[in-house]
Design a binder for this molecule. Structure first.
Ligand code: MN
Length: 237
């Protein structure tokens, strides 16, 4: 089931410029997808597929491979709000996911079979088609057997992201997409995004209250916990 409580609990929205977001509604028939290139502790690619009002999310440890013989490790992470799909900027150091986020690809996706994609994900295998700027055609996500399962410990599900054999595959060229280092949305490099964010961050210091009011107005009716709503009241007062 789609939930954003983990997403919210990991972040301090007074500090990070990431969206607070909420469970969304489907816009038409096409489901959105986005891949964010994230220069955190280690550079990785965050694959997000819209499903049931959120982005199901995986951190892919290397550039997605268009060679069907190559399997990329994709670590399942918390559901993200749909508002996250347009986020490009720098998460301040010391915050969860600190580092620069670049919109590396975006577009729509659809499941290859008629079965419910949520059910396929629960069962650990989803075949889907991407129609993006850089990612095209058939792909598969396959969950690996859980290791290190101990009582009271959160299980981290590892998946494999695999390109299917089709006209968009590049057999023998594992890193065909590695040359793509700019934003698919703004054309900016990670460095350009980081520089811009640093400036914004510093010059916005004095304006923080204004930003907060704007953010509060924007988030007029989010689904929120008791704890959050009381914090909000205190802040507004
Ligand atoms: Mn990430």
């Amino acid at each position: 089931m789609a939930r954003l409580s983990t997403y919210h609990s990991k972040r301090n929205f007074d500090i990070t410029s990431e969206p607070r977001g909420r469970i969304g509604k489907a816009k038409g028939k096409a489901r959105r997808f986005v891949i964010q290139r994230h220069d955190a502790t280690r550079l990785h690619f965050d694959l997000r597929l819209e499903l049931e009002g959120v982005y199901k999310s995986w951190a892919v440890t290397k550039v997605p491979s268009t060679d069907p013989a190559v399997k990329r490790l994709a670590v399942e992470v918390e559901d993200h709000p749909l508002d996250y799909g347009t986020f490009e900027g720098t998460i301040p150091e010391g915050q969860y996911g600190g580092g620069t986020v670049q919109l590396w690809d975006f577009g729509t996706w659809r499941p290859q079979s008629d079965s419910r994609p949520a059910g396929d994900l629960e069962e650990g295998h989803l075949k889907f088609e991407l129609s993006g700027k850089r990612m095209h055609g058939g792909w598969a996500l396959v969950r690996m057997r859980d290791r290190d399962v101990r009582p009271g410990r959160r299980v981290r599900h590892n998946w494999l992201l695999i390109k299917e054999k089709d006209e968009f595959a590049t057999p023998g060229r594992e890193d065909a997409l590695a040359k793509e280092t700019t934003s698919a949305k703004t054309g900016r490099t990670l460095e350009e995004i980081a520089t811009r964010s640093r400036k914004t961050w510093n010059s916005n210091r004095e304006e923080t209250p204004k930003r907060r009011v704007r953010a509060a107005a924007k988030a007029a009716k989010p689904a929120r916990s008791k704890k959050n709503s009381s914090t909000r009241k205190t802040r507004r007062a």
